[in-house]
Design a binder for this molecule. Sequence first.
Ligand code: MCA
Ligand code: AMP
Length: 505
Amino acid sequence: MTNPLYEDLFGKHAGRETPFLYLVDGKTWTHAAFLAEAARYAHVLIQAGLAPGDRVAVQIEKSPNALALYAACVQAGLVFLPLNTAYTVEELSYFLDNSGARTVICDPTQETALAPVTAAKDICVFTLDATGEGNLAKEARTKPDTYETVPRTSDDLAAFLYTSGTTGRSKGAMLTQSNLLSNAKTLVDYWRFTDKDVLLHALPIFHTHGLFVGTNITLLAGGAMAFLPKFQLDDVIAMMPRATSMMGVPTFYTRLLDDERFTKELAAHMRLFISGSAPLLPETHAKFEARTGHRILERYGMTETNMNTSNPYDGERRAGTVGFPLPGVEVKVTDPDTGESLPEDTVGQIEVRGPNVFQGYWQMPEKTGAELRADGFFITGDLGKFDKKGYLHIVGRNKDLIISGGYNIYPKEIELLLDAQAGVLESAVIGVPHADFGETVVGVIVPEPKAKPDLEAISEAAKTSLARFKHPRELVLVDALPRNAMGKVQKNILREQFKDLFVPA
Ligand code: MCA
Ligand code: AMP
């Protein structure tokens, strides 16, 4: 096979006039139409001077066309680099610099704002909007609807996904064709996906969850997707009768449970509901079962590793656990100091090894070396334990991370911004419980002596620099930060102090 990822996901559907994407407006995209659009995009990109291995940065709204761009990159041997549409120009500029991407595809409304950045870096810009219009689409219309697939091996890079870090700098996780394909194959079997499946797809397609888990599995199994622009309750409820399965972050499930139109009858025909990206509260699991009779299947993954563990399809789906290591994936719980494996029921750091584990962070050998051991085990930064039945429980994090509505937020990045504001001596950013997003961001600020920081001006500064989902939902002033004997800020004390800000006790 000359390009395994392309052949297994896309190429094998060539000529199939069967539905692939069902849209909210009633339209349908067949596999054939999808592949033709992808081929046309591949022509445009290659004629713009891109060569196999080049990174293509993509920051556009979710649409069938946006997904076709992924297929185009795989077919042309380009490295797909999807970016959250919420990222600001400042954030995007960093990703372009760091990745060395020579092309960016953005929404037409962003072109002017990006111009200073792309001109300075001599980056080629194409546009594509949520309706599939833009100069990429315009040029594509003049191109043939087949493209000769570029040969790639399974060790070639297929995608870069940026993940933030504890130092505040995002890191490009390098994923090969076989990282993606091996995981998708395992999950198709484990979760019993077939060509009869229609996945209710309401996740964004710039992260592992919506792009690789949802989309790759559906394509590999030969199924279809009810493809929604985003998670919007009316659309989800309207499209559910068409679907057989759904994947979501816990916020999807709590929002569904808060809506009385989500009934047992509506979900009766569904085969499977899967949750991941953030902890699903056992209480949500129980409520969901009481309402629908379905037990949500929870699994655990990371950008760097795709999926690592999953509750079983047939056996007991245990609330509050992320199940068993997937076939072919080794998971161990180790002592953070010695790296030795720990016995069951003992909390330690979770490490993962397998064909799913990424190749390292792009041009960051020290960071790669710190997290990816020479023997292939990746130190996830999550804390957990195996119980007596072999289920993995995630009990905390060894990394300073907030997960809000399934998006990861690294406090350091926000602290650096807060610390740079007038009148701020220092700051600590914490996650506190939030009914809708699970956790939300609070900035705790210590003013300089006699200073009175302008909290509104600080919020404004956050708007220019940081994506909306990272903005502190509350800024609070304190006299001093609690520190331990080593001088380290005790965020656990702050989290306790402010835990009722959004979810009153
Ligand atoms: C939107 N906002 C958010 C979030 N999403 N703020 C904090 N956290 C968020 N996750 C902002 C909006 O910009 C808006 O700002 C305000 O909050 C309210 O927005 P709302 O309309 O309620 O939100 P939404 O547009 O409905 O989005 C919520 C969402 C979405 C549907 C939960 O965030 C989502 O689709 N999350 C999924 C993320 C995901 O795919 N994660 C997987 C990562 P304003 O004040 O301007 O109105 S991959 C991963 O983690 C690993 C590999 C894994 O295991 O899967
Ligand atoms: P990301 O960096 O966006 O890939 O997020 C990966 C992180 O999400 C993991 O390291 C975990 O902390 C968290 N995560 C993913 N799935 C789950 C889950 N089912 N339960 C708890 N945390 C999860």
